[in-house]
Design a protein around this ligand. Structure first.
Ligand code: ADP
Ligand code: MG
Length: 251
């Protein structure tokens, strides 16, 4: 479980997040939505401890993140950040194996158990066949799945993803999120696409200029009256297989 209470982050005079609260329950997929610049990445980074909070607390399974060492944090939290070309001549296999480093003691070598975990993670993410390819030569979708494999190899209990479906074609967008949603992990995912959020998140939180504008189930949050003033676009909601979906009409 991840809890954030009253998290406030400032960049100079900009208040990027203003006392945001969040509870992501164990084993669920929690979606962060909101327009560009509304504070989604900042909230994710403050959960990671990668940005200085001006106020508030973040706990993972009841433990304050501030009290965890980088290594302890990496054992609990895996991260799939926005596209990160490594610039290193890493193969997909190397990259996934790197996910095991928080499990090694000191400078010890990878063990059989690490290779088994990496191999299993690649199978689950559907990237076995990419093992020998260089990550910088993969397509955006392939690279994203390798990053997810690395997060799985890490065997953390919590997963944070920032717009993991960017640059993916529609089929892969659904593949990736269906994979993520099916994992027995506590997941927080930043999503631009409200229709993907509707389908794959158990709970949603809508951010608007650093403030929480709505939270609840997709059914409760994805309401045109709530979203229209935040995004500045008109929309209509339809239900597809019981999942709310939105179609948009510019003003
Ligand atoms: P989102 O992920 O929702 O698009 P961000 O969390 O990246 O939004 O940004 C929230 C606000 O904080 C924006 O106004 C953005 O310009 C600002 N911001 C984000 N990162 C920085 C930074 N490193 N320095 C200064 N301002 C930043
Ligand atoms: Mg962002």
């Amino acid at each position: 479980m991840i809890t954030a209470e009253g998290v406030t982050v400032r960049y100079g005079r900009t208040v990027a997040l203003d006392a945001a609260d969040l509870i992501a329950h164990t084993g669920t997929t929690f979606g962060l939505i909101g327009p560009n610049g509304s504070g989604k990445s900042t909230l994710l980074r403050s959960i990671l401890g990668a940005v200085r909070r001006a106020g508030g607390r973040v706990e993972i399974d009841g433990q304050p993140v501030d009290g965890l060492t980088a290594r302890q944090r990496a054992q609990r939290l895996a991260v799939v950040a926005q596209e990160e070309p490594s610039g290193l001549p890493l193969t997909a296999w190397d990259s996934v194996l790197l996910g095991r480093s928080p499990r090694l003691s000191g400078w010890s070598r990878y063990r059989a158990v690490d290779e088994a975990a990496a191999s299993d993670a690649m199978t689950r993410a559907g990237v076995d066949h990419l093992a020998h390819r260089h990550v910088d030569e993969l397509s955006g979708g392939e690279r994203q799945r390798v990053l997810i494999a690395r997060a799985l190899a890490q065997e953390a209990t919590h997963l944070l993803l920032d717009e993991p479906t960017n640059h993916l074609d529609v089929r892969y967008q659904h593949d990736i999120l269906s994979l993520v949603h099916g994992l027995p992990l506590t997941t927080i995912v930043v999503l631009h696409d409200l229709n993907l959020a509707a389908r794959y998140c158990d709970e949603l939180m809508l951010l608007d200029a650093g403030n929480v504008a709505a939270r609840g189930t997709p059914h409760d949050v994805l309401v045109p009256e709530t979203l229209e003033p935040v995004y500045g676009i008109d929309m209509r909601r339809i239900d597809l297989d019981g999942v709310p979906q939105l179609v948009f009409r510019p003003r």
